[in-house]
Design a protein around this ligand. Structure first.
Ligand SMILES: [Mg+2]
Length: 495
């Protein structure tokens, strides 16, 4: 076919002045039809483009096997003033009705009331669309199949159709109530396929961004000055702290061991621990003992006879929520064990479990603070989560009633409040900075939850480009996603 293309386009260029509105010449239109017929089984269309030009589209009519042939024709097109070329039909406004004047059965089909159910094809991101509509049952099977296909193609546009749809089928048994209406199908399919991997990535990136951007605002003047000094490492790089270092180690350990292996995790944390990341002195002492070969349980008891009630277990807990997102009992047991390596105090431990549960919940939908509260044992968390449900609190009220300190009770409910309140990262960060206190950990926890819920689209692009070891964080999140034994979480409701 390639050899015909120069001749095809030379002939089209010769005809093109006579194809323009208001009076395209019928013989020129017929000649274009004959030219396209010689290219093979492709369709074509001429119409007005947005800015007064005309478009000439060569269309495979949704047949994936012909898409490359259509693109080859368009790739050979010359530049002609006033013309645009397309290898698919553009999305057009239409009223949702088809005049279907072929064969027996109804001739006027109102596709706006039809519904579609989607299921994944065996092969990658493609979906099989099953269409149900009252009028389809009255058509012969081949006509019903053609009508369903035409309706889907018209609603979603050919570009999306080729990118996302493997097959269109007609539902056996006629109309059904489930599924999306065809007018909603475009929005459903236009978004990239959400396998959940993007939200795993966004959870770790959101955590690291909150940590790195919050660390510059943490604590008093001395701490800020010290952090500015340490953070200068490489110019322009957003350097993160212990929160991210431990969450990254946890994600890697979970993926490598395909589950929680406390000894492996403690050894991973001990290997990676650096004073300059801003570890709490107690946690650092535990990890140094582990690095010297002491079992983590005795090291932890030696440093913290009563356990730590700080937020150190919660700040790193998000990967546990990702890994155990669909197994509540395993999540609770895993989060408690991971917490106890450095934070065995009941409040520190429950903070870690609560943050892991919240991360799992964020993958599935909006955070239900009442439900998370109901799962808490410690009254301090229950009291604060009752307050956290009020999304109208101002900065001073959040600081006073929820807290912004390093105790788990003073920071985990605050982070949950912020994640419930803000859909995007930047307004959350602004609020967390205004709270002062343990800004990096509060922003890290809220950032992880916002990422898990909404994906990478809501993270600030400019800051991401400057984030330290971003590629390592993404790789760890992808490895965690790939290693998980459980099915993909469903995309959260847009509510
Ligand atoms: Mg920190």
């Amino acid at each position: 076919m390639a050899a015909d293309l120069p001749a095809f386009w030379a002939e089209f260029a010769r005809l093109s002045p006579r194809l323009r509105a208001p009076d395209p010449a019928p013989d020129a239109i017929a000649a274009v039809g004959a030219l396209v017929d010689r290219l093979g089984d492709l369709d074509w269309e001429i119409g007005p483009d947005d800015d007064g030009d005309l478009y000439f589209a060569i269309s495979p009519r949704g047949r994936r096997e012909l898409a490359a042939a259509a693109r080859a024709v368009i790739a050979a097109a010359p530049s002609l003033p006033g013309w645009r070329w397309r290898a698919t039909l553009p999305v057009k406004a239409w009223d949702g009705t088809l005049d279907w004047d072929v064969g027996p059965g109804p001739t006027h089909l109102d596709t706006r009331r039809w519904t579609a159910t989607l299921e994944p094809d065996t092969d990658g991101d493609l979906v099989i669309v099953t269409v149900a509509g009252a009028e389809l049952a009255a058509l012969t099977p081949p006509l019903a199949a053609a009508a369903a296909r035409t309706a889907v193609l018209s609603w979603i546009g050919e570009e999306t159709f080729l990118a996302r749809v493997a097959h269109v089928r007609v539902a056996a048994g006629g109309a059904r109530d489930d599924g999306v209406t065809l007018p909603d199908l475009r929005a459903r399919l236009a978004a990239p396929a959400d396998t959940g991997e993007d939200r795993f990535v966004a959870c770790l990136l959101g955590l690291a961004l909150g940590d790195a951007l919050g660390a510059r605002h943490e604590g008093g003047l001395v701490a800020r000055g010290l952090w500015a000094l340490l953070g200068i490492g490489r110019p322009g790089v957003l350097r993160w702290t212990d929160d991210t270092a431990m969450a990254l180690g946890l994600a890697r350990s979970l993926a490598t061991r395909r589950g929680l292996d406390a000894d492996h995790l403690a050894a991973t944390w001990a290997r990676d621990a650096r004073w300059s990341r801003g570890y709490g002195p107690g946690a650092l002492a535990v990890l140094r003992r582990v690095r010297r070969g002491e079992p983590w349980a005795t090291a932890s008891r030696a440093v913290f006879p009563d356990g730590s009630y700080g937020n150190g277990a919660a700040m790193r807990a998000a990967p546990l929520g990702l890994w155990f997102h669909d197994d509540a009992a395993a999540l609770d047991a895993g989060a408690a064990l991971a917490a106890s390596i450095t934070h065995a105090h009941p409040l520190g431990l429950e903070g870690g479990v609560l943050m892991a549960r919240a991360t799992a919940a964020a993958l599935a939908g909006p955070l239900d603070l009442a439900r998370l509260r109901a799962g808490c044992r410690e009254p301090a968390f229950r009291d604060r989560l009752a307050v956290a449900a009020d999304l109208t609190l101002d900065v001073a009220e959040v600081r006073r009633r929820l807290g912004s300190g390093i105790a788990a009770t003073d920071s985990v409910p605050t982070a949950l409040h912020l994640a419930r309140r803000f859909d995007a990262f930047e307004p959350m960060l602004e609020f967390a900075v205004a709270l002062r206190g343990d800004v990096d950990t509060i922003a890290a926890m809220a950032g992880a939850l916002i990422g898990a819920r909404h994906g990478t689209a809501v993270l600030p692009k400019a800051a991401l480009r400057r984030l330290e070891a971003r590629a390592d964080l993404e790789a760890a999140a992808r490895a965690l996603f790939a290693a998980r034994p459980t099915p993909t979480p469903a995309r959260p409701d847009p509510a």
